[in-house]
Ligand binder design. Structure first.
Ligand code: 6PG
Length: 246
């Protein structure tokens, strides 16, 4: 199992510059060697600046020789319509996909406006028909994740930690405070990825980051601690606030 590679930056701006550069470089490499490249994006606030940076660093985009190979999925979605302020698709579309002119056929969004149970099944099917498998589990090339103050990632929350072991590709989850319904990739799908990148910023995350990266016993309660690729790369991109206690 992969040991995490930890990258710490003085500022969020430096972090997102580096990750934007890496995004083009690695995606370009994958395009050189594969017919299709499947990337799952994260939601929440933290990746917004990254998506804006990727869209603005057009000088690097030449590294990707054929964007029609690159397909975008989501690690999770809030059960809201696509134009809703809390839509993870809406945010990524606005700051990344539209600026990069990504074709609609390459955008595989979770339909947050649909009935959650039905959408979890439908999205599992969409992933099943587009993403190759390893051990009969979808094999994403790259999954971006965040970390909640409670140790959740994607929409796998501490009080629904069984979603780490669910047999399905996607499941319905419920945000423990807001009761907002969510659709999330399950743990088995996440840890099967070739590359997992956590992007975490801000002092409110420092305690959880410390517990998880120091593998403290308390961290076993946090879903993010269990997301370690079986056969892939695991990396954490942190600003100095989030890394303040490690
Ligand atoms: C979501 C995310 C979730 C997020 C964390 C961190 O839909 O909310 O996918 O897992 O990454 O909650 O959120 P922030 O980046 O907003 O702190």
């Amino acid at each position: 199992m992969a040991q995490p590679e930890i990258n710490i930056f003085n500022t969020v701006s430096e972090l997102t510059d580096k990750l934007a550069e890496l995004f083009y470089h690695h995606t370009g490499n994958l395009c050189q060697h594969q017919k299709t490249v499947n990337i799952a994006l994260s939601g929440g606030n933290t990746p917004q600046l990254l998506y804006k940076k990727i869209a603005s660093h057009r000088a690097f985009s030449a590294q990707v020789d054929d964007w029609s190979k690159v397909h975008f999925f989501w690690g999770d979605e809030r059960c809201v319509p696509p134009h809703h302020a809390e839509s993870n698709f809406g945010m990524a579309n606005r700051y990344l996909l539209q600026p990069l002119n990504i074709k609609e056929t390459n955008i595989h969004r979770i339909r947050g406006e649909s009935r959650p149970e039905e959408e979890a099944v439908r999205y599992s099917g969409e992933i099943g028909s587009h993403v190759a498998t390893r051990n009969a589990i979808p094999l994403f090339d790259w999954i971006f994740l965040g970390l909640g103050d409670d140790g959740h990632t994607a929409s796998i929350f501490p009080d629904q930690i069984s979603l780490l072991y669910a047999e399905t590709i996607c499941s319905v989850a419920v945000h423990p405070q807001s009761n907002q319904q969510r659709i999330t990739l399950t743990g088995k799908t996440l840890i099967n990825a070739r590359r997992i990148t956590f992007m975490v910023t801000g002092s409110s995350k420092a305690q959880r980051v410390k517990e998880i990266l120091n593998d403290e016993p308390s961290a076993r309660l946090y879903p993010a601690r269990h997301i370690r690729p079986l056969r892939g790369t695991l990396e954490w991109f942190l600003d100095k606030e989030a890394a303040g206690q490690i």
